[in-house]
Design a protein around this ligand. Structure first.
Ligand SMILES: Nc1nc2c(ncn2[C@@H]2O[C@H](COP(=O)(O)OP(=O)(O)OP(=O)(O)O)[C@@H](O)[C@H]2O)c(=O)[nH]1
Ligand SMILES: [Zn+2]
Length: 386
């Protein structure tokens, strides 16, 4: 069976279709996902070849690195009034933007950005880096107009009816929070979260909290497996303060999303980082659950202290799970299974009961951890192939 094309390719292809032969200034000011940058560079090249317009501003806008021509001065003065910030909440017309100078603005979005987004949604999402123009600054309210959205990386999205809904942008780390006990450690669940992270191209860190409840030596085998796959694993205790400094360091200057089962200690860990933060996060989640906002609405919460970082939380991320994945895609998203899939006899091998399966051979002689392979089989047999 044919595999789905990677999302970045899909967006690249559709970007090319939309823009072939009609690159305009306004086209270049729309938001771009990280995967679009190559196409954008193509578009810029195309326009440069056709000799139209000063491209300096466009390149500044979308963050594509290029040598700036001499006319850059004009651009700088044009953009001098623009303020940089990051989007804390995006609710249609009302977007809360935290300016880099610490002030908070309620911003609307420039019409051209909205009309260029695929379906009017997701033009601006929590976590976006934007540039906006201040419109009014009174004692009670600061308002502005978002002019540019920077290229995105680390996108958490969900697909529904063939459309991508972005929940959070520029997620630098996804913390997969689990607990050593109460609730018991569930490696299969960690594997699922890791798959979601791989699927979205996120940088995962596995946190095993409540390590005060077990003998840390008992966690060594599981730590070993994940470490050998190149994943970062951190043992913490929110109760005892174990590795909280390390966690603070991890959060520093980064936009971090937390996922994990209920009761593992996500709020407690955030409270250990900054008293009251866990409460703030869970109130945001409750608001979402009550349906006051849609479940895809996400909020970015700034941590106190200079460049201390930002934390996302929404129920959609907490229960972050595999969206729109096919059985054929799973092995390719597991770094331990991936190197073997090409050596199976059948190109469409699912590595379950087929003959001459290189993945099963690798499990049999210990090159793939048997428990990880069990997770794989369980996911396919109980979720994806029923
Ligand atoms: N022993 C121990 N208990 C902890 C630790 N961290 C959290 N707990 C306890 O575990 C329980 C659940 O903690 P929470 O922080 O509410 O868990 P959560 O993951 O935010 O849960 P949800 O809000 O339901 O998603 C609380 O009773 C905490 O006191 C820890 O490191 N050690
Ligand atoms: Zn196979």
């Amino acid at each position: 069976m044919a595999r789905k094309k990677p999302k970045s390719n899909q967006s690249r292809v559709s970007f090319r279709k939309r823009h072939q032969g009609r690159v305009r200034d306004s086209d270049l000011t729309r938001q771009f996902n990280a995967g679009d940058q190559e196409s954008l560079a193509d578009a810029v090249k195309h326009e440069r070849v056709s000799g139209k317009g000063d491209l300096t501003r466009k390149r500044t806008v979308v963050g594509v690195k290029a040598d700036a021509p001499a006319s850059a001065d004009t651009t700088e003065s044009n953009d001098a009034a623009l303020i940089s910030g990051r989007v804390l909440r995006a609710h249609g017309l009302h977007n809360t933007v935290l300016a880099d100078d610490g002030r908070t603005f309620e911003c609307s979005i420039r019409q051209v950005l909205k009309s260029l987004s695929i379906d009017g949604r997701g033009t601006v999402v929590a976590g976006d880096r934007v540039q906006f123009r201040s419109e009014s600054e009174t004692e009670s309210e600061l308002t502005g107009m978002i002019e540019f959205v920077a290229p995105r990386h680390g996108i958490i999205s969900r697909q529904s009816r063939g459309q991508q809904h972005i929940i959070a942008a520029n997620v630098d780390h996804l913390l997969i929070v689990t607990s050593a006990a109460e609730p018991t450690l569930k490696p299969a669940l960690i594997d699922r979260f890791l798959l979601s992270a791989e699927q979205c191209g996120l940088n995962p860190v596995v946190i095993i909290n409540k390590c005060d409840l077990v003998d840390p030596a008992s966690l060594q085998p599981i730590l070993g497996v994940y470490a050998s796959l190149g994943y970062r694993v951190l043992l913490t205790s929110a109760d005892r303060g174990t590795n909280i400094d390390y966690l603070k360091e991890l959060l520093k200057g980064k936009q971090t999303a937390l996922s994990g089962q209920s009761g593992v200690g996500k709020s407690s860990l955030l409270n250990a980082v900054q008293p009251g933060l866990g409460l703030a996060v869970s109130e945001v989640s409750k608001d979402n659950q009550k349906g006051r906002h849609t479940t895809t609405t996400s909020t970015l919460i700034p941590l106190q202290g200079e460049d201390a970082g930002w934390v996302f939380d929404t129920p959609g991320i907490r229960q972050f799970q595999l969206w729109d994945i096919t059985a054929e895609e799973v092995a390719g998203l597991m770094p331990d299974l991936r190197p073997h899939v090409g050596a199976c006899r059948y190109a469409n091998c699912l590595h379950l009961s087929e003959d001459d399966c290189a993945v099963k051979d690798a499990v049999a002689d210990g090159r793939i951890d048997a428990r990880r392979y069990d997770s794989y089989c369980h996911l396919l047999e109980n979720d994806l192939l029923i």
